[in-house]
Design a protein around this ligand. Structure first.
Ligand SMILES: NC(=O)c1ccc[n+]([C@@H]2O[C@H](COP(=O)([O-])OP(=O)(O)OC[C@H]3O[C@@H](n4cnc5c(N)ncnc54)[C@H](OP(=O)(O)O)[C@@H]3O)[C@@H](O)[C@H]2O)c1
Length: 230
């Protein structure tokens, strides 16, 4: 049986990835904070998978990441999806230290700690998927904390990809443009939600990359609505 760990699987893109990866020979290790939302993801996938485990931890603090690692246990995992993320969107002059630290914790430190812990324990043929963003490639006004975090994960993951090639572990980076998920509920402003991609498009892209022969690496996938980055 294969074991797949997906962070931020309680909603949005993480849930869509979980739904697409559910299979009879797979144990899904689904992480989130919101127990009700995570249980909804479990309900959506449990009939399609061998086993589902729910892991409730706050990744903004390193103790939460360590607890997640401990709960996953010593058994190997075959896939790590670094998906959990937060978006603080406001003029850079207004970003508080707490918001900055939270962004660094969830969007950078958690993927760093999870990758550092799990990669050495992953067998050849395993994969690490990082959900980045078009904001990992260019700046947008008011998205400085978010872009900072995605640019950082971009640099880290590019290097890790090269370090893991010899061990036959694939590092797949996905760069969605605006995707209609609840992340937009807390972002001020009017956003054209109906024109955005659906989260299932990102899930499909992840499945496509993972389904390539294990010696083929889909390094980067950028996805946008035909309407643009929005
Ligand atoms: N939606 C977009 O337009 C878009 C575009 C490009 C990239 N992305 C990236 O895609 C990823 C998923 O985003 P989404 O759009 O699906 O957002 P979402 O619907 O808001 O989901 C975010 C997920 O991250 C988890 N999360 C947030 N803060 C956390 C914390 N402190 N500790 C643990 N988990 C935490 C949430 O868990 P709980 O809800 O259980 O707390 C939730 O499962 C993020 O990395 C985001 O940057 C999104």
């Amino acid at each position: 049986m294969k074991r797949y760990l997906i962070t931020g699987a309680s909603r949005g893109i993480g849930r869509a990835i979980a739904e697409k990866l559910a299979a009879k020979d797979v144990e899904l290790l689904l992480h989130g904070r919101d127990t009700v939302a995570l249980a909804q993801t479990q309900k959506a996938v449990e009939l399609q998978c061998a086993k589902v485990a729910l892991l409730i931890h706050d990744l903004a603090i390193t103790a939460g990441v360590s607890d997640l690692i401990a709960e996953v246990g010593k058994e190997r995992i075959d896939l790590l999806v670094n998906n959990a993320g937060v978006a603080v969107v406001k003029p850079f002059m207004e970003i508080t230290q707490i918001e900055w630290k939270q962004t660094v914790g969830v969007n950078i430190t958690a993927p760093f700690m999870l990758t550092q812990h799990f990669a050495p324990r992953m067998p050849p043929g395993s994969s690490i998927v990082n959900i980045l963003s078009v904001a990992a490639k260019r700046g947008f006004p008011n998205w400085s904390a978010y872009c900072m975090s995605k640019f950082a994960l971009e640099g880290f993951s590019q290097c890790v990809r090269e370090e893991l090639r010899d061990r036959k572990i694939r590092v797949i980076n996905v760069y969605p443009a605006a995707t209609d998920t609840e992340i937009w509920d807390q972002i001020e402003g009017k956003w054209p939600r109906k024109k955005m991609m659906g989260a299932t498009e990102v899930g499909d892209a992840v499945v496509f990359a993972l389904a390539r022969p294990t010696d083929t690496l889909v390094e980067n996938i950028t996805l946008s609505s035909l309407a643009g980055n929005l």
